[in-house]
Design a protein around this ligand. Structure first.
Ligand code: SF4
Ligand code: SF4
Length: 360
């Protein structure tokens, strides 16, 4: 199945991107845990929406928020440690942190790449412009192709505002990476193409559609089932979306973490990809991977009050146990880093050199 255009193979969604991390894979295979490449910072759990599929619905009620001072300290620590990029995300909406713009600027000033996963409900146009100007890529979760579906599924009538913000970010984008994201669910699955047309018309650079994880550990809504997807209809829309592609507009219909029936599977025995990222969670803790936040079983330590504490547990004790201890066997969540785990295991840990590395 086509996931992106034939002339756009070298893109951020191609799982072969993982081969860029050979150095880290080799370290992990030797039993050493490298400095993560990327940090995800969740500055706040506040969010004005109520998406039916919210995978942090279990935790948002805590309302945690990290202080500006602490996040500034975290950024300084990450830079010194050698982390290359930050993605602002959250179990909430990162732009709802009162000092978000200042923190984004600090991220950029330190010389680490910045990116953001947001719902696009940015009220201040200066913040929307700053996101366009400073972020290497931007993923705005719209998840609808009409104001009606948006309001029904997300509990707020702000579709037009979000669409306008994507257009504004695209207009001010330094990098051509402003993405209209569409998480496909059984409730919005018939609007994929409609949404793609809007993305094209407002000047977004990317349209990214992928199925939801119907049973993520953080969801409170247990009414979703992958059997409710109309696969034929979705794939028909994917084909139409790809016909809109141009040099300036890329379409990604990302299915490689899912089976054709929209269930997910894990083809690896260890979570070797997890330490390529560090997750700075809003409750002051560091969890083993992006998908297991707020789970005590996966808490490896705390970044609060002093982020330098991370050096005391990163690559040690519980972190190592989770990394080398067969964790996927007890993890039921869709895995964000599944491709990285598989590549490290097949190419560098099993050691049988299936790609004949010395023969370019
Ligand atoms: S925008 Fe994100 S955090 Fe907010 S309700 Fe939707 S999925 Fe949850
Ligand atoms: S398999 Fe589960 S625990 Fe391991 S990295 Fe993936 S989501 Fe995290």
């Amino acid at each position: 199945m086509q996931q992106w255009a034939a002339n756009n193979q070298y893109n951020s969604f191609n799982p072969m991107k993982g081969l860029l991390y050979r150095e880290q894979y080799e370290e992990i295979a030797r039993g050493r845990v490298p400095v993560p490449v990327q940090a995800r910072i969740d500055p706040t759990l506040k969010c004005p929406l109520a998406c039916k599929w919210c995978n942090s619905a279990q935790y948002r009620k805590h309302g945690h928020e990290l202080s500006e001072e602490h996040i500034t300290n975290v950024l300084g620590f990450l830079k010194k440690w050698g982390v290359k990029a930050v993605v602002w995300a959250g179990g909430g909406e990162p732009t709802y942190h009162p000092q978000f713009e200042k923190l984004l600027n600090r991220n950029a000033t330190l010389g680490m790449d910045a990116a953001i996963l947001s719902n696009g409900m940015v009220y201040n146009p200066d913040v929307a412009k700053a996101i366009g100007e400073l972020c290497r890529w931007v993923g705005i979760s719209v998840d609808a192709g009409s104001a009606e579906t948006y309001a029904r599924d997300k509990g707020c009538a702000t579709f037009d505002m979000v669409i306008n913000n994507i257009a504004l970010m695209a207009k001010h984008a330094k990098y051509k990476g402003i993405g209209y994201k569409f998480l496909i669910t059984p409730t919005n699955q018939h609007e994929v193409y409609q949404a793609c047309q809007i993305a094209y018309n407002i000047g977004a650079h990317d349209f990214i559609a992928r199925p939801m994880d119907t049973h993520h550990q953080g969801m409170t809504n247990t009414g979703f089932d992958h059997k409710d997807f109309d696969a034929d209809e979705i794939f028909r829309q994917f084909d139409k979306c790809h016909k809109l592609e141009s040099e300036h507009f890329h379409v990604y219909t990302v299915m490689h973490k899912f089976n054709p029936d929209f269930s997910h599977s894990k083809g690896f025995g260890q979570c070797y990809g997890a330490p390529l990222r560090i997750h700075i969670a809003t409750d002051g803790n560091v969890y083993f991977c992006d998908d297991q936040y707020y789970q005590e079983e996966y808490r490896i330590g705390s970044h609060y009050p002093d982020p330098a504490q991370i050096l005391e547990f990163w690559g040690k004790g519980k972190h190592r146990e989770l990394l080398y201890g067969g964790t996927p066997a007890r993890c039921t969540t869709r895995c964000c880093v599944s491709n990285l785990c598989e590549q490290c295991e097949r190419l560098f840990v099993n050691g049988d050199d299936p790609m004949c590395m010395n023969y370019p």
